[in-house]
Design a protein around this ligand. Structure first.
Ligand code: AMP
Length: 215
């Protein structure tokens, strides 16, 4: 199964891709996660990406496409199929991905678009807390950790993403509407799109996705 999860920031793509990994054994590639790991490791790519990410801006297409093409080309990822989370986010990225996958003879099976209104997104992102070790996601009001600052699952330290600050959230939403919405239409025209209502609770969204992709 070669699948894309697309939708605004904070709609639940990360949560759903984690569930697809845990329960269905799929391999996920999250462009945001890969960038955050590069930032933590203080690589050249990480330093470059951080200039954009900390402001809520997109990392330039050439940089993102090169990084993702390298990961997708890795054999272990291709064998099991993959779920792409956060990529592509622009039309040039979608076109580059199409070309790459068609060169590999491995076209996409489905694109799942998870949607929710801007007010819901803002409420979810302001308050989001993540685990630096296992990636578990909490929320200050809706799903607080049992012990402040520590992950319930792995005891790892929790953190608030720099791009979950109010101005960065607004910038990310605007970019989503301007640059990523056309990507959803692009896949709609190709007949690959499945729409899922992201206002529902994560377990319900997961059931719908599994039903749609037949996993
Ligand atoms: P995410 O974890 O998917 O919300 O991504 C966090 C940030 O990483 C985004 O706000 C962008 O700054 C950057 N990023 C992630 N994926 C992409 C992409 N496909 N194109 C450009 N920038 C990206």
């Amino acid at each position: 199964m070669r699948l894309i999860l697309i939708g605004p920031p904070g709609v639940g793509k990360g949560t759903q891709s984690a569930l697809l990994v845990q329960r269905k054994g799929l391999v996920t590639l999250s462009s945001g996660e890969i960038f955050r790991r590069e930032i933590d490791a203080q690589t050249d790519l990480g330093r470059l990406a951080n200039r954009f990410i900390s402001q809520g801006q997109l990392v330039p297409n050439e940089v993102t496409i090169e990084m993702m093409a390298k990961r997708i080309g890795q054999l272990d990822v291709m064998k099991a199929g993959f779920v792409l989370d956060g990529f592509p986010r622009t039309i040039p990225q979608a076109e580059a991905l199409d070309e790459l996958l068609s060169d590999m003879g491995k076209p996409l099976d489905k694109v799942v678009s998870i949607s929710a209104d801007d007010e819901i997104i803002v409420a979810r992102l302001s308050g989001r807390i993540g685990c630096t070790k296992c990636g578990e996601i909490y929320h200050a009001r809706n799903k607080p950790p049992k012990r402040e600052g520590l992950c319930d699952k792995c005891d790892g330290p929790l953190f608030v993403r720099q791009d979950d600050r109010a101005e960065a959230i607004r910038a990310r939403l605007q970019i989503f509407h301007e640059q990523t919405s056309p990507v959803i239409d692009y896949y709609g025209e190709k007949g690959l799109l499945q729409l899922v209502d992201g206002r529902q609770d994560p377990e319900t969204v997961f059931k719908v996705i599994v039903g749609e992709i037949g996993a």
